[in-house]
Design a protein around this ligand. Sequence first.
Ligand SMILES: [Zn+2]
Length: 356
Amino acid sequence: MDKKSKKFLEEYLNNASPTGFETSGQKIWLEYMKQYSDTYITDNYGSVAAIINPEKEYKVVLEAHADEISWFVKYITDDGYIYVARNGGSDHIIAPSMRVNIHTEKGLVKGVFGWPAIHVRTSDKDIVPTSDNIFIDIGCSKKDEVEKLGVHVGCVAVFQDELTELNGKYLTGRALDNRIGGYMVAEVAKRLRENKVKLPFSLYLVNAVQEEIGLRGAEMISRKIKPNVAIVTDVCHDTSSPLYDKKKQGDQKCGLGPVLTYGPAVQNNLLKMIIQVANKNKIKFQRAAASRSTGTDTESFAYSGEGVPSALISLPLKYMHTTVETVSKEDVEKVIELMYHFVINLKSGHDFRYIK
Ligand SMILES: [Zn+2]
């Protein structure tokens, strides 16, 4: 990771981009992508695609999602406490004692998820965080005081946090799911430009919104682009960290390389091609199997239009949907390499159908 990439990664990751309110992150990403692409498109809900060779007919997509989980302000009490609703798969268990930024038209308002002291709890079971009982305190004692700060029902709150490293080997922070994906896709474009690669097709580097609430942004932009082939990148669970169950959740581990998923939405000829590229370039990878759905934007691309050959390249991640999501820097590099080599190996017009 050179200085330029690192600076971008930090800026992009430390910015908040909650589902439905991704614009600030999308602007950072698109601004960075301009130097590595020829043009871009945007859509009504905020998904963006930076495009290399927009004039070619055969369209290839590399995609990540831009949004992150957050909390909606749902109810403000008369004495100024704020109750919340989940926006995406936000985790109430980890909320107490977290600091948040509430996004308002008057700017960011700082708050904390409060919690009763251990002294007043008779056992660990008598009060546990639930999505209904967690609350934010922004230092106000009346509802109108809260409103004067610009906080109203419908504002979103995001945990405060920033990117750090562990042992020089791991990146840790909030919303690596999936802004690290946006970073990896950007890095592919950067390398194509730096290595002066001339592609025989259009390459759409897509950063989709609204993945966390049901893969919606990808659904929309896929219909707009109508790609011939799509590679989606997202994170998956490192099931080797404590308290996971490999029998239930499969066997993926940080540091062992990209994870390739088998599942109905994954087009097998495309997956085979990715595996060939991995083997040829000595990129170690792991395998996962999805029952029915991968739960990623892969489905959105695969099932759009007449069916788009799609595949998923995942980055193993520990502690998903916490503020300490953790990934191996080496895995990040390997996912970038795999996508890069896939793109430079692919021929324009490749027909992935099983029966011709
Ligand atoms: Zn997620």
